[in-house]
Every structure is written in structure tokens, then in C-alpha cells.
Ligand binder design. Structure first.
Ligand code: GDP
Length: 318
């Protein structure tokens, strides 16, 4: 990939895609092709194929997806599977058909079984049942990574799948019902301070543990993989399985401790009420990051530092 290569970043307005665009631009890549979902509906097979035929991108970052927190996964089970399967199938298939040199598919750490050993290694994929709350999303992402692998094996393409842990950062979704836990807690505490509220309700027991990665760190990992790694480097001898790559910090935190950290940053001193009628989701989701570390990447942003950056951005953009 050189500075003039034609790069298509699918999902460039989202949390991951926008971070990838910022990092590509910072590094001097300036031949980017970007389309909003209004300009190009990635669920539309003909539209996507015509787009690839006309634009002929050299490299594709597939960061477009229907995503959300535990609420969105419960409210939109049908869209979580349909939209994701359609988007990724269209983009992956057209990338093969139109000779894309390399594609990078972004998945998620929820592809792993609910009770996978912790930290979760790439090889734990498909070893036991999934967490039911986000099963449709996880099934779609597993199909995406297997589709990349299948095309590589049959057609000799170079399609690589990376599985980031829970992301947060600029352009996050702060929707109280459908957002992910970190931005939603930030917003809840910020609004409580602003409105002098002494109590905030959070979901579940506070006991589950999650791993959080700042989106700008993810972008650096993704671009490094695109620049340096090929599918053939990831298959061990004859064994072409579990060729995807985890991207995380290697550290996790309980939701309760996360809430206390965010309370400190936003200045919320009131009471936290845990609504145990709301779901906890999977008990723990910590990625093993040995593979990406061996490739030369490590997360740089400490959690408290990243939350402060996100809080500054939120206040500016509220
Ligand atoms: P997940 O990582 O896929 O489970 O999704 P989330 O990012 O939505 O995190 C869900 C975890 O955070 C669950 O254990 C929830 O019980 C807990 N949680 C606590 N308060 C909230 C909240 O206000 N919103 C969300 N989305 N999750 C919360």
C-alpha cells in the first residue's frame, strides 16, 4: 500500500472508520474513497458492485456495520444479522470480483463463546455456545471472517480479519438505550452533574468485566496490519484456521470500577443505583493479544486518559 493507492474506507463516519480515516490522513494517504450510507447503501448488492466496478479501489477497510450496546443487540436482533451479513457479503464478494489487493474486515470480540477461557485466544472461536444477547451480531461477524478465509483459500485473495475488543472514542454513540456502556455512563453522569441529580441508574449488577480500546489505537493497529501483514503470514504451515487477529489492550475492568472511574472524571458524586432487571451480558470478554503484539503493535492510551479525551470531545460536540 503506497501513499497514492486508492483506499476505500467503508463506514468512514462511524467510531472505527472515522479513526481509520484520521490516521490514514495523518500518515499521508490521500487517495481515499468515502461514501455515506445515503450515497451508497452497502446492503444493496447491485449498488455495491457498480461502485466497485467504477471506482476500482486497491485496498478496502471494511469498518461499516450495524453495531450497538446490549440494548441495541436486544432491540434489533433482525437488523443485527441481516444488515451485517448483507454489508459484509456485498463488500467482500465485490472486492474479490474487482481485484482488490487487500481487504481488512473488522469483527468483534463477541465472536467468542460466552464461557471461553480468559484471555480469549484466536483458537477459542467456535468451541462452545455464544452469549445469547448478541448472538445475531456475533453469528454475522463469524460468517464474515469465515468468508474472508474461504475466499483466500479458494481464490487466493488477501482478506484479513481483525477482532477488536469494546471500542470507545470520537464519534461514539451516546444514545441511552442503544449505545455501548462507556459513552452511555459518561453521558448519564455528565447530565446528572449538570441537572444536580443525586442518583443515576446503571444496568445490571456492575460485576461483568470488559476490555476497552481507544479508537485511535485501533486505527494504528488496523493500518499496521494492512501495511505489513498478509494472509499467508497468518496460516501456520498447512493449518489454515483461526487466521483472524485479536486487537485489545490485554487488560479489563469491572463495569462497577469503570463507573467509578467515569464518576471521577465527570465529577459525579451521587449514588449509583444498579438496576438488576437489566441484563449483564457475558460475564467477561478479555482478549489475548499475543498475536498482534508479536506483529509489533500495542495499545498506547490508558483508559482514564482515553475517557478524558472522549469527555472533552463530548462537551465540545454536545
Ligand atoms: P456488551 O459489551 O456487548 O455486553 O455491551 P455494552 O457495551 O452495552 O456493555 C454492557 C455491559 O455494561 C452490561 O454488563 C451492562 O449491564 C452494563 N451496563 C451498565 N450500565 C449500562 C448502561 O447504562 N448502558 C449499557 N449499554 N450497558 C450498561
Amino acid at each position: 500500500m503506497d501513499k497514492n493507492s486508492k483506499l476505500f474506507v467503508a463506514g468512514h463516519r462511524g467510531l472505527a472508520g472515522s479513526a481509520i480515516v484520521r490516521e490514514l490522513t495523518r500518515k499521508g494517504y490521500d487517495n481515499l474513497i468515502l461514501r455515506t450510507s445515503k450515497e451508497l447503501d452497502l446492503r444493496d448488492n447491485n449498488g455495491v458492485d457498480n461502485f466497485f466496478d467504477k471506482e476500482k479501489p486497491d485496498f478496502v477497510f471494511l469498518a461499516a456495520a450495524r453495531v450497538g450496546g446490549i440494548g441495541a443487540n436486544a432491540n434489533f436482533r433482525a437488523e443485527m444479522i441481516y444488515d451485517n451479513l448483507m454489508i459484509q457479503s456485498n463488500v467482500i464478494h465485490s472486492s474479490w470480483k474487482h481485484g482488490v489487493k487487500k481487504l481488512l474486515f473488522l469483527g468483534s470480540s463477541c465472536i467468542y463463546p460466552k464461557f471461553a477461557p480468559q484471555p480469549m485466544k484466536e483458537e477459542h472461536l467456535l468451541t462452545s455456545e455464544l452469549e445469547y444477547s448478541n448472538e445475531p451480531y456475533a453469528v454475522a461477524k463469524i460468517a464474515g471472517l469465515k468468508m474472508c478465509e474461504a475466499y483466500n483459500i479458494q481464490y487466493g485473495t488477501d482478506f484479513i480479519s481483525v477482532m477488536p475488543t469494546n471500542l470507545y472514542g470520537i464519534n461514539d454513540n451516546f444514545d441511552l438505550e442503544n449505545g455501548h456502556v462507556l459513552p452511555v455512563i459518561l453521558r448519564k453522569f455528565h447530565e446528572a452533574v449538570k441537572n444536580n441529580k443525586s442518583q443515576v441508574e446503571l444496568w445490571g449488577s456492575g460485576q461483568p468485566k470488559r476490555e476497552f480500546l481507544y479508537s485511535d489505537d485501533l486505527a494504528k493497529a488496523v493500518i499496521m496490519v494492512m501495511e505489513k501483514v498478509s494472509f499467508k503470514d497468518l496460516s501456520i504451515g498447512e493449518k489454515i484456521i483461526n487466521t483472524h487477529i485479536n486487537i485489545g489492550t490485554g487488560k479489563d475492568i469491572s463495569i462497577k470500577d469503570l463507573a467509578l472511574m467515569i464518576a471521577g472524571i465527570t465529577g459525579f458524586n451521587g449514588e449509583i443505583v444498579w438496576n438488576t432487571a437489566k441484563p449483564d451480558g457475558t460475564p467477561r470478554k478479555l482478549l489475548d493479544v499475543e498475536k498482534i503484539s508479536a506483529l509489533g503493535w500495542k495499545a498506547e492510551t490508558e483508559l482514564d486518559e482515553g475517557i478524558k479525551k472522549l469527555y472533552d470531545w463530548y462537551i465540545e460536540n454536545e
